[in-house]
Design a protein around this ligand. Structure first.
Ligand SMILES: *[C@@H]1O[C@H](CO)[C@@H](O)[C@H](O)[C@H]1NC(C)=O
Ligand SMILES: *[C@@H]1O[C@H](CO)[C@@H](O)[C@H](O)[C@H]1NC(C)=O
Ligand SMILES: *[C@@H]1O[C@H](CO)[C@@H](O)[C@H](O)[C@H]1NC(C)=O
Ligand SMILES: *[C@@H]1O[C@H](CO)[C@@H](O)[C@H](O)[C@H]1NC(C)=O
Length: 359
């Protein structure tokens, strides 16, 4: 059956959005040697990013997940003329080796003078090919003893590590004046501090779903001519019909259902047996429809009531227990029942389908 899908809504994981934005960031040439020596020319981590990218800062209780680096003699490092940076030992995250790099006086070459600079460097020998791009999510940590929390800094963009760009991070994590002031809690117990990093290499989603709503169908109406209305079972189902690729049926309680018994005609639209056989517990189908009982008499009066509902294995049917007064049906002068026949119609206006990948 053909149908025309509009209003398509794609539900994907947020991770994929990171991957999409990351494609804006191009690599910038940069050479890092494997040794613990001074490394020339650390280019700005911000130079190749798009304007959408922004820095996100916060405070959190949870310690870093990938690596923690405690320094107990920070001021000694600060005072050392020849120490520009401290590199941690290599640690493994994913298939790669990384080091956490701290510039206690800031990375001059990345406009970090006067700030604490934090970076991670990938060991390029752990890249599997010279063309490989590694796009991790990075979050850097600085412990704040006063708050008993970690100050965190991350970028909304995803940075791409390549053979040509092996180090990424923030040249200006905290101003040295803020960091070094003992009142602020970053430097504590005389001369201690702690840095850390989360490196997460999220996989691209493998499961997804596509939700769409069709609003036009080759046959959008089903009309049910109920013969012998007065002798029907009190709970009566129509034959199954298919609209919008979904099987349905109508259910009528000719003498009313529940509290409306003896008062009102009850009328429902249900998912059909075929649909119920194949629906999974999490399936849901949105439908907008009009339920109608047309008058077969001279007047073209129609009782109609709208449906705008989600159908699921938990809610297989929706309708009205008080669709219309039974008195209107019994009164032969009204024309709703003629020759003991009641006509019931449903007109579907919108029906959703959800595709799951893999199904
Ligand atoms: C900064 O750049 C200069 C010149 O390129 C280089 O000599 C120096 O080693 C670099 N310093 C750092 C900390 O990368
Ligand atoms: C990566 O780091 C681990 C220790 O974390 C080390 O055993 C291993 O040799 C390193 N790999 C390379 C290629 O340097
Ligand atoms: C690294 O740089 C070289 C030379 O500039 C270039 O040919 C190569 O494509 C770059 N590789 C990556 C992964 O960007
Ligand atoms: C249901 O039946 C009662 C009693 O006949 C009537 O007063 C009421 O209007 C009916 N409800 C609807 C929605 O038709």
């Amino acid at each position: 059956m053909m149908s025309y899908y509009i209003d398509t809504l794609c539900i994907i994981s947020l991770l994929s959005c990171h991957f999409i934005t990351s494609s804006f960031a191009g690599p910038v040439p940069n050479v890092v040697s494997g040794s613990q020596k001074l490394i020339p020319t650390q280019v700005s981590s911000r130079d190749s990013k798009v304007s959408l990218s922004s820095t996100v800062k916060g405070l959190r209780l949870r310690p870093p997940s990938s690596y923690s680096l405690k320094l107990e003699s920070f001021s000694t490092l600060m005072k050392s003329t020849y120490t520009e940076r401290y590199d941690s030992r290599p640690f493994r995250v994913g298939k790669y080796n990384w080091t956490l790099v701290v510039y206690p006086k800031g990375n001059k070459n990345d406009s970090g003078t006067g700030y604490i600079s934090l970076y991670v460097a990938i060991d390029s020998s752990t890249l599997t090919s010279p063309r490989q791009v590694v796009p991790p999510d990075l979050r850097f940590y600085v412990f704040n003893k006063k708050e008993k929390k970690y100050f965190t800094i991350q970028d909304s963009d995803v940075w791409q590590f390549t053979i040509n760009k092996t180090m990424w991070g923030f040249p200006r994590v905290l101003p040295l004046s803020t960091f070094s002031n003992l009142k602020n809690g970053y430097l504590y117990d005389m001369d201690q501090c702690e840095f850390g990093v989360d490196i997460t290499i999220p996989p691209i989603f493998e499961k997804s779903e596509l939700f769409s709503v069709a609003k036009s169908f080759p046959n959008k109406r089903f009309t049910w001519f109920i013969q012998g209305f007065s002798t029907l079972p009190s709970d009566y189902l129509s034959e199954e019909f298919i609209i919008g690729g979904i099987s349905w049926n109508l259910r009528v309680f000719r003498n009313g259902f529940g509290a409306h018994e003896g008062k009102n005609l009850s009328l429902y639209l249900n998912l059909g047996p075929q649909e119920l056989l194949k629906t999974k517990p999490y399936d849901k189908i949105y439908a907008r429809a009009m339920l109608r009982v047309p008058n077969q008499g001279q007047s073209n009066y129609i009782v109609e009531r709208p449906l705008d509902n989600w159908f699921s294995p938990q809610n297989i049917g929706w309708g009205y227990a008080d669709f219309m007064p039974l008195s209107d049906l019994r009164d032969s002068s009204t024309g709703f029942v003629r020759n003991d026949m009641l006509v019931v119609q449903v007109e579907m206006e919108a029906i959703s389908t959800t595709k799951y990948f893999p199904s």
